[in-house]
Design a protein around this ligand. Structure first.
Ligand SMILES: [Zn+2]
Length: 92
């Protein structure tokens, strides 16, 4: 009878230890959802205006896609853009 009680106590103790150990194992940190900031907005890039040769931040610049060359040209203002377009027209 005593052996049975000891066996039961050991079993309970064993279950408690195993249960606690399992809990600790499953409590591992799973914080994978990190706040990734989008770095696609580059603001510090300067582009040269081909008309007045002023350096303009890319984000603020007036964009014009060149007709013949497959490239984008940046201008400091609409006026420079228009001037460039008219100059290009004169060439032809
Ligand atoms: Zn300009």
């Amino acid at each position: 009878m005593k052996l049975l009680v000891i066996a039961i106590l050991l079993y309970i103790g064993y279950r408690l230890i195993i249960g606690d150990w399992k809990k600790k194992k499953t409590n591992r940190e799973e914080n994978t959802d990190q706040d990734r900031q989008d770095d696609s907005t580059i603001t510090d890039v300067l582009v040269e205006d081909p008309v007045c040769h002023k350096l303009v931040p890319k984000q603020q610049a007036i964009r014009l896609k060149h007709k013949t060359k497959e490239e984008i040209i940046y201008f400091c203002s609409e006026e420079c853009c228009k001037q460039f377009v008219s100059q290009e027209g004169d060439k032809e």
